[in-house]
Design a protein around this ligand. Structure first.
Ligand code: FES
Length: 97
């Protein structure tokens, strides 16, 4: 199922990125791992839930909930009007994606 409409990322892609010893532990790191950047941020909670679920199943714990949200939001670019701007360069406020 697609969980990030801005980047067409599926829950399976997120889960796959979380395997391995040095796998991402924050939503921002997941985006970087998948070669994209967050745009609108609507999917952050879902990505975080998948991270927490996956890590709890593997015995690891996500300890960076608040910091991760801040870091992920810091990845958002803003244009001159202060609107979020995606990796595509378009203003997210006017993007239909
Ligand atoms: S839905 Fe994922 S960044 Fe917009």
């Amino acid at each position: 199922m697609i969980i990030c409409s801005c980047n067409a990322i599926s829950d399976q892609s997120v889960r796959a990125s979380l395997t391995g010893e040095n796998s991402p532990r924050t939503p921002g790191a997941v985006y970087r791992c998948l070669g994209c950047r967050p745009c609108c941020g609507r999917c952050f909670a879902t990505v975080r839930a998948i991270i927490d679920e996956t890590l709890s199943q593997s015995g690891a714990a996500s300890t960076e909930a608040g910091a991760a949200a801040s870091a992920a939001m810091a990845l958002l670019d803003t244009n001159r009007d202060g609107h979020a701007q995606g990796a595509c360069g378009q203003d997210c406020a006017s993007c239909a994606a």
